[in-house]
Design a binder for this molecule. Structure first.
Ligand SMILES: [Zn+2]
Length: 274
């Protein structure tokens, strides 16, 4: 009997006792067990990884099923843990996400298209919260964002022009209002509550039958050529750009009135019709 055979025979004969002894030793010496295992893992890192990934490939279905079952059974707990982790690692998450997005632009785009409706619903549900973030972000990064926008617009002049044209066609009332406000600002006019002005114009622009303030002729408010929006006291005479000073006017009256004082204009109209 060789030495090897002898020790194999001894092990077979005393298997249970040997196992119990080494288990007891392991329990008594957890630090040494940990150190040994760490040493082993460090020394055989590549080998262990290869073994694990081979195992994963072979058992992928089993692993997936198990993971899905575990997730389903512990969903609340997992989500809560994730939330805690995210709250603790906000900065790390941001960096991670930004890196992922930068490296996977196509995937991100595909995902956004595929889940467009769900994402939009999510945004709608958190609109207020998102607005607060965005406002804070814009305020904090104002200079940088303005510079970035200027650079982008300069780099895409043609695209920008097209965008404006499209926007203008889709929202003529907003555009007209901007234009009016710009003119009012240029004349140093007092500018009233812009939200109220928007609302007033929107209502006017959806009304198919608007009487001209000056002659009473009914015009289509939806048609900007027929129905003008007029400053009762002209901006050039110090009239404010505000709801109180806006009047719907037919094109003829508006063009005849120009910057005349309203009383003067009404008098001249009466004189003309008399
Ligand atoms: Zn008129």
């Amino acid at each position: 009997m060789t030495q090897e055979e002898r020790s194999a025979a001894y092990y077979t004969a005393n298997r249970e006792r040997i196992k119990a002894r080494s288990a007891a030793w392991r329990i008594a010496n957890p630090d040494r067990v940990r150190a040994t295992s760490l040493r082993y893992r460090t020394a055989h890192d590549a080998e262990i990884k290869a073994r694990k990934s081979k195992h994963c490939v072979i058992n992928i279905e089993k692993i997936r099923t198990r993971a899905a079952a575990y997730y389903k059974a512990n969903k609340k707990k997992i989500l809560a843990t994730n939330r805690i982790w995210r709250d603790k690692n906000l900065e790390r998450m941001r960096v991670q996400q930004a890196t992922y997005r930068a490296n996977n632009r196509d995937k991100v785009r595909e995902y956004k298209i595929k889940h467009r409706e769900r994402l939009a619903a999510q945004r709608r549900a958190r609109r207020k919260e998102i607005n607060v973030w965005q406002r804070a972000y814009r305020a904090e990064n104002r200079e940088r964002l303005l510079a970035q926008r200027a650079v982008n617009r300069a780099a895409h002049v043609e695209r920008e022009r097209k965008r404006l044209r499209k926007y203008r066609a889709a929202h003529p009332e907003i555009f007209r209002e901007h234009e009016q406000r710009r003119r009012a600002r240029k004349r140093n006019a007092i500018i009233g509550d812009t939200k109220a002005i928007t609302k007033w114009i929107k209502e006017l622009r959806s009304n198919p039958a608007v009487p001209c303030f000056y002659c009473g002729a009914v015009v289509d408010g939806r048609n900007g050529r027929e129905c003008h929006i007029e400053h009762y006291v002209a901006l050039s005479r110090g009239g404010p750009h505000s709801v109180e000073n806006l009047r719907p006017s037919c094109a003829q009256c508006n063009l005849k009135k120009l910057a005349k004082h309203p009383d003067e204009f009404l008098r001249s109209r009466k004189a003309a019709t008399a």
